[in-house]
Design a binder for this molecule. Structure first.
Ligand SMILES: [Mg+2]
Ligand SMILES: [Zn+2]
Length: 231
């Protein structure tokens, strides 16, 4: 399980007013409106190692990397389908790197699903990874509609910077792994090396990514890309 914490408040952007129901509020059945100027939702995972270990950080996109993309977004627990090999890949990765999930979830602000449901789905994915022996530092979720032009939604690097501020995650020698060119753009903007996986949208984004980011490593999947990353 996870616990929500304060996000990094220092980003210069307009306050967001999003009806995120907290874990505590959902347990008590009430709706707690967390009116906040936080730029994104920053979640430290229970039992996570301190981020200041000096190990490089691997930032993982979620949809299309860990779980299958859905045309109409992942909005309910039954939408979650793990990508083969992903769980074991995260376990192997987290044995020697700090691992943080960074995911755009505009469905929250667009009100396409209750924020509580989206956060519960995310928690269940993290629980599955943890139960398999993965050790995740945390997750950062951008809940904003793209029209808000926030500083955290990928392709901007705000979520990576938020993790760096919150947990001392090391960006130098870090990696950003995603299935979209926007993941690669965010990673490059944060000074990380980048990997595009051909799961999810990666097969479609491969050509543009290769042209714009010739240094980006392209791999069939997270599992298949690990050897490249860990050598
Ligand atoms: Mg994705
Ligand atoms: Zn955002």
């Amino acid at each position: 399980m996870t616990t929500a914490r304060e996000g990094a408040p220092r980003d210069r952007q307009p306050p967001t007013r999003i009806g995120l129901r907290s874990n505590r509020a959902s347990r008590s059945g009430g709706r707690l409106l967390v009116t906040t100027d936080r730029p994104c939702v920053v979640i430290r995972h229970r039992g996570a190692r301190d981020g200041r270990t000096g190990r490089p950080t691997v930032f993982l996109d979620r949809d299309g990397v860990l779980i299958e993309n859905r045309g109409a977004h992942v909005r309910r627990a039954s939408d979650v389908v793990l990508i083969p090999g992903a769980v074991d890949a995260v376990r192997r990765l987290s044995a020697c790197r700090d691992v943080v999930i960074v995911t755009n979830q505009a469905v929250i602000e667009r009100d396409l699903a209750p924020a509580e449901e989206i956060l519960a789905i995310h928690r269940s994915i993290v629980d599955t990874l943890t139960a398999a022996g993965a050790d995740l530092t945390g997750s950062v979720i951008c809940p904003h509609d793209p029209a808000r032009r926030c500083m955290c939604r990928k392709p901007k690097p705000g979520m990576l910077m938020a993790a760096s501020r919150a947990w001392g995650c090391r960006l130098k020698d870090g990696w950003m792994i995603g299935d979209a060119i926007t993941d690669v753009q965010a990673g490059a903007a944060a000074g990380c090396r980048t990997m595009l996986v051909r799961t999810g949208r990666g097969a479609v984004h491969k050509g543009d990514t290769r042209r714009a980011h010739p240094d980006c490593v392209i791999a069939a999947s997270l599992s298949r890309g690990l050897d490249r990353l860990l050598t």
